[in-house]
Design a protein around this ligand. Sequence first.
Ligand SMILES: O=C(O)CCC(=O)C(=O)O
Ligand SMILES: [Fe+2]
Length: 316
Amino acid sequence: MNAIPSVDLRDFLSEDPQRKEKFIREIGDAYEQIGFVALKGHFLSDELVSNLYSEIKKFFDLPVEVKEKYEIEGIGGQRGYTSFGKEHAKGKKEGDLKEFWHFGQYVEDDPKLEAEYPPNVVVEELPSFNEVGKETYQMLEKTAKYVLRALALHLNLEEIYFDKYIKNGNSILRPIHYPPITEEPKNAVRAAAHGDINLITLLMGAQGKGLQVQNHKGEWIDAIAEPDELMINVGDMLSRHTNNRLKSTIHQVVNPPRELWGTSRYSIPFFMHPVSDMPLNCLENCIDDQHPKLYDDITAGEFLHERLVDLGLIKK
Ligand SMILES: O=C(O)CCC(=O)C(=O)O
Ligand SMILES: [Fe+2]
C-alpha cells in the first residue's frame, strides 16, 4: 500500500450512499493515522492549473525591486509578497529557502469581515495573475468545503457543521517559489519541519520529490501525488478542535540532491482557515476517560496570531 492513501472526492459527491460512506471512512481513517491523503476528483480544471503555474512563474521571474513593491509592512505577510528567507519554522532561527505570495479571501457580503481582512494586493504588471489567483482560490475553497463536510460526518457532527465557520473564512492561497540553490545551505532547508496552522491544507505541486511526512514511528516518508491529485492534510486548528483525534502531521520540504540544485520548486498550498471567531475548543464528543482534554479553549483568531509571532511574521 502507498504510504499516503488516495481518495476520490467524486465518491463523496455521488448520490450513492455506499460510495459516500467509503469516502468518509477512507479519509477519516487516514486522518486518524497519517494525517494526509492524496485527493482526486477536485474542482480544478487542467487549464486553470496550467494558467496558474504560468502566471506565478512570471511573477517570481520579475526583478526583485518589482516584487518588493508588493511586500506590505504591518500585515504579518498576510497578503502580497514575502521575500526570500523571511519566514522560519516555529522554533527555528534559519529562514526557509523560499519566497511566496498570498492571495486572501474575497469578501463581498459581510462588511465586518471586509474591514477585518487586509485587501488583496494587485500585481499591476500581470493582469491575469490576479484573476487566475482568485479563481483558483474559489475552486480550492469549494473542494475544501466538501472535504470538511465528510470530516464532520466522520466526527458524528451535522454534515454542514463547518460551513458557517468557513464562509468568508480567513483562508490563504500561497504560491511558493523555492529558487535554485547556489551555495551549500547552512542549516537551512526549503521548508523546515512544521505542522500547518489552519484547519486543512490543500497542496498543489506535490508531484515531484521533496515533500516528506513524518509517520508515527518518526520516519520521514515521501509524499508524492499523481498529476491529477492534491495532497490534503490536517492542520493544527483541526487537530486541536478534535482533541488530537485527527492528526496534524509534521512535514518538511528537503533540499534536492546536488545535481538538481539548479532547479526551482513551485508549490501552491491553500491554507483553509475559518473566520477568526470560530472557537477551537475541543469537541465534547472527542473527550472521554481515555482521551482527556488536551488543549485550552482558544479562538481561531487568537491561535493564528500566536503562530504568526512564532513564525517571525508578526513582531510581539
Ligand atoms: O512546498 C510544499 O510542498 C509544502 C509547503 C508546506 O508544507 C507549507 O507551506 O506549509
Ligand atoms: Fe506545510
